[in-house]
Ligand binder design. Structure first.
Ligand code: NAD
Ligand code: TYD
Length: 352
């Protein structure tokens, strides 16, 4: 199996690459990543010299590059995670989301389709597109959950771009019979999470005594899953998912943002030896995100019943592990916040 994983230097992608490199030593894993601000090869330091792992610096918006790469590697499968992933950035710069998430995905579909069609057909091939629950829009009735049948109703430029990419993947499955499979997952958290997202930002700001910016009233609800459990679900979908199907992934774990921030303040006070209640004083309510989705909640029964996947960690345990990882990996955070990680790796791969 020669497997291309895109976006493998990012948060979730790095956990997927690690899982596949270590669990399947007989596979050749190629990690294709453009190393944008969100890509950090330090996430993969522990496996970077594994004999079945190769990093390729490249941009999925470059169709010719993808065509050449597919011709050279004779790939059997693709797990596509490369994306622009932050809602706030999509509000200020929607076009980069169109380019990577929509155009980049269609480029990748074309490269896989054309290369496989000209070298023996689609038998034994698989194109797996990793997406988000945000494509379903915002829930307002507390009893509702997103199922695989929920109509798409994206509300942010990020979710609109992911929805468009999902539609293209299904269209290629329908029109060209490309063997596709998709999954839509809830919010992830865990080690290597980039500190522009809620949980790592709060951990970092608590540690450095900075204000904790809670958007609006902090009443918005997200459904949180430990990133390693998402990687395990991706393994299950890639190997056992039915062609053409979609699987929703989530841990039935809904939290209001403000409650998570309080939880983190409590954990950090304890771990940093601060008197209880100290960190919570940093909470600062700020102007709400434009068009802020109220609630996401995934119904994950299909993947649980059909593929036998279930989350391995409860939220309390996952949050403790996450905080412990950030406290033990101060250098990772320092390199990210200073920007040093970018110049180091960009320099290393500048001429490839
Ligand atoms: P991330 O932003 O941490 O990582 C994205 C990676 O893609 C980075 O390494 C970046 O360098 C790379 N990339 C960006 N543009 C590229 C391009 N043009 N060409 C090649 N590589 C490029 O994202 P993440 O949080 O790890 O999310 C990974 C995937 O999972 C995304 O498709 C996202 O939509 C989806 N997802 C994320 C979450 C979440 O909670 N973070 C939840 C569900 C689904
Ligand atoms: P985020 O981690 O950006 O993920 P997403 O927008 O994809 O769900 O945000 C999670 C929630 O936390 C979301 O409701 C917005 C909120 N939030 C804050 O209140 N303050 C912050 O500084 C950030 C980054 C997010």
């Amino acid at each position: 199996m020669k497997l291309l994983i895109t976006g493998g230097a990012g948060f979730i992608g790095s956990h997927v690459v690690r899982l596949f490199v270590t669990k399947y030593p007989e596979y050749q894993i190629y990690n294709l990543d453009a190393l944008t601000y969100a890509g950090n090869l330090a996430n993969l330091k522990d496996i970077e010299n594994a004999p079945n792992y190769t990093f390729i610096k490249g941009d999925i918006t470059d169709a010719k590059f993808l065509e050449d790469m597919f011709a050279e590697l004779s790939l059997d499968g693709v797990i596509h995670l490369a994306a622009e992933s932050h809602v706030d950035r999509s509000i200020t710069d929607p076009m980069s989301f169109v380019m990577t998430n929509v155009v980049g995905t269609v480029n990748l579909l074309n490269a896989a389709k054309n290369s496989w069609a000209s070298t023996g057909g689609f038998e034994g091939k698989r194109f797996y597109h990793v997406s988000t629950d945000e494509v379903y829009g915002s829930l307002h009735n507390p009893e509702d959950f997103f199922t695989e049948e929920t109509p798409y109703d994206p509300q942010s430029p990020y979710s609109a771009s992911k929805a468009a990419s999902d539609h293209f993947v299904r269209a290629y499955g329908n029109t060209y019979k490309l063997p596709v499979v998709l999954s839509n997952c809830s919010n992830n958290y865990g080690p290597n999470h980039f500190p522009e997202k809620l949980i790592p930002l709060m951990i970092h700001n608590i540690q450095t005594n900075k204000p904790l910016p809670v958007y609006g009233k902090g009443e918005n609800v997200r459904d949180w899953l430990f990133v390693v459990d998402h990687a395990r679900a991706i393994d299950a979908v890639f190997h056992k998912g039915k062609e053409g199907e979609t699987y929703n992934i989530g841990g039935f774990n809904e939290w209001k943002n403000i409650d998570i921030v309080h939880l983190l303040c409590g954990i950090m006070d304890r771990k940093l030896g601060r008197p209880e209640g100290t960190s919570a004083q940093l909470i600062t309510y700020v102007t709400d995100r434009a068009g802020h989705d109220l609630r996401y909640a995934i119904d994950a029964h299909k993947i649980m019943n059909e593929l036998g996947w279930e989350p391995s960690l409860q939220f309390a345990e996952g949050l403790e592990k996450t905080v412990d990882w950030f406290l033990a990996n101060q250098e990772w955070m320092d390199n990210v916040t200073s920007g040093a990680y970018q110049s180091y790796y960009q320099g290393m791969y500048a001429n490839r």
